[in-house]
Design a binder for this molecule. Sequence first.
Ligand code: BG6
Length: 492
Amino acid sequence: MPTNPDPGQPHTADLVVFGGTGDLSMRKLIPALYHTDRDGRLSPETRVIAMSRGGLTDADFRGKVDAEVRDQVPIDDPELWRRFLGRLHHVSVDVGGEDRSGWKALAELLAGHEDRDRVYYLASPPRTFGPFCRELQEAGLVTPRSRVVLEKPLGHDLVSAQGINDEVGAIFDERQIFRIDHYLGKETVQNLLVLRFANAFLEPIWNSLWIDHVQITAAETVGTPGRRGYYDHAGALRDMVQNHLLQLLTLTAMEPPARNDRESIRDEKVKVLQALRPITGGEVDRFTVRGQYVAADGMPGYLDEPASTPTTEASRRVETFTAIRAEIKNWRWAGVPFYLRTGKRMPYRRSEIVVQFKDVPHSIFPGGSPNRLVLRLQPEDGIELHIMAKEPGAGEISLKPVPMALSFGKTFTTRVPEAYERLLTDVLAGNPTLFMRRDEVEAAWRWIDPILAAWKADPALPEPYPAGSTGPAAAHELLGRSGRTWHDGEDA
Ligand code: BG6
């Protein structure tokens, strides 16, 4: 792996973004790079080269960023903004076409800078990953100091993911491949590791003796306007569970790693994925739920959302909500269900991990409820431990669950960085810890595939749920069957 000549200084890099004028680039990557620059974590010579079919000049692209990104970021120093714009370049490329001039232009721009780190960020559809990597190699642009970043979705099933991994792996070594899952860049997700492994009190009780179950929820209020072309063939399971939710599950459930280095954490995560009990055939009905939102309270249903593609059978069959009861077959977690849930057009935007402890073995007070640890990723990063306290007053002791709360925003005066800032900084520094390794991605698909197959074979459509509700009734029954409920209440 390339090493930084001066470890105290940020690496100088050429960051080449395929899909560089697209939505992800304009909404996430460019603002994240600006923040990184503003915090002094971008070397002065680092350049950002956007690749697209757009036919833009450097000046056009800088103008576009000035117009579209300026309002998304704090510009307290116009000179810094001007210098940031100066880092930006644009190269037009004819994807899959005969015209080679774009590749030639890129080669010319990069020539003479072979000693720099080179990051090829593929913010483009997955079918382009293999072809782009081959083009880069043919143009002689893959140097030992090069890395490639792959955005999700990494395939639509195990076989297609293996195909992408093979194609990219034919050009880049695994140590040069950075598969991004932006959830891993979120502050609370990293804090989960610190909470578990830098504090002594949790680890002894982090197991089936003390924990009743775990809930991992990513609820969104947004629907899918304008995204139907993608979403009809993705659905909540591929879009959110295969990557984001399973990543949260692995970090919650993994064994303490020996070191905080590039492989130790990923080694432990992959063991969790491999220990997930497969949900197959007839069990899929019992352990999974799928729903699709329908119009309610003035909000459109999935099929009524504005779309650039026609409504098809795939649109009717796709799930916009899913809930799953997962089990991890190992010593630590035997008998502890991990409930996963995600949905569009839910009543609130909230991503969280809820660890529900068991009740006290013998209660001497009436009205208690078990402890609960909530790790919240969204809307605000924070950690809450719900403990039982006595309500003030004389007479009978009356219990009330109260949160001991840590809000990162309020506790630390430093700005909480966006997930992409952290991840881009790590890519530029060549640190892969927070990126998914090939075996992780494939182990996740191996667990997801049988669920997808069973859903496909089932003639039933997803259960409708009203837009703005907490999902279909079956999702509540999934927990209700064992006397549990989702963490949706007032204190949620
Ligand atoms: C993306 C999904 O990966 O994550 C989107 O494709 C989803 O459908 C988004 O809306 C959620 O990200 P966040 O950070 O807003 O929770």
